[in-house]
Design a protein around this ligand. Sequence first.
Ligand code: HEM
Ligand code: HEM
Length: 241
Amino acid sequence: MSSQYTSQEALKEVDALAAKQQSIYVYEAPVRLWHWVNALAMTVLAVTGYFIAEPLPSTAGEASENYLMGWMRYIHFSAGYVLAIGFLGRIYWAFVGNKHARQIFVLPVWDKDWWKEIVFEAKWYLFLERDPKKYVGHNPLAHLAMFGVFVTGTILMILTGFALYAEGAGQDSLHYALFGWVIVLFGDSMQVHTWHHIGMWVLIIFVMIHVYAAIREDIMSRQTMISTIVNGLRSYKDDRP
Ligand code: HEM
Ligand code: HEM
């Protein structure tokens, strides 16, 4: 007698379900690789940046044997280069990759339905809607956050970060020739430090909401999320019966 618990029976059921399952290739390998390199670089930058702003009051041993803050700054600047070069690569991929590679850089502000769906998504996130909409790329609210917070925030961090680096490198450095104007634009060095610091907290809040939303949507919206940014494929689950 067969039961639903034998592998033969289970296979039949799984095959029937798998036949119905549709997947779409959304995030190409360079986008996925960049996502995780960027996430790591930002984490390292936030930790070392925090300590550059709030240095440890003391370290053990002879002062001449310590280079703790020197290492913090060295790792910060190296991760800063990884972030900046990665971001340039990501912009390049927006030109040569698929249409989803362009999404975070362009907002369809002229599209009325897009704005309506932002309101819908906000209500869905606030548990005020019962039936989630399905998307191939980012949903309109995520799209707005990716552009308005992540892309603009990252550009701010790169410009202000390299301007601060230029200050240390000196006025006759290449860094200063390329980024000295940022200090003039912000007024003075203190302003650049302050905006670089505020930018960190804005990005930290973005990441906290982003990770919460990714996990929540993976569970609740009946379409894959976390596996999509790992293997590139978005799969859709059946609607609730
Ligand atoms: C510093 C940390 C992180 C940053 C700055 C970040 C930023 C981003 C950005 C900018 C995108 C858009 C990718 C694109 O379209 O090019 C994205 C997508 C995504 N991220 Fe992250 N991410 C971070 C960490 C994480 C973590 C830890 C997770 C896992 C829980 C995650 C899950 C996702 C998912 C699922 C997507 C795709 C969303 C979708 O399918 O619409 N991220 N992330
Ligand atoms: C997500 C990206 C980044 C975060 C979260 C971050 C965070 C921080 C923070 C919190 C500070 C201390 C600011 C203050 O209160 O004075 C700092 C300083 C600094 N950051 Fe960044 N940063 C980022 C990107 C970069 C980049 C791309 C560079 C370019 C190389 C950079 C270079 C610097 C420099 C030169 C300083 C000043 C170091 C000093 O005064 O000793 N940062 N960063």
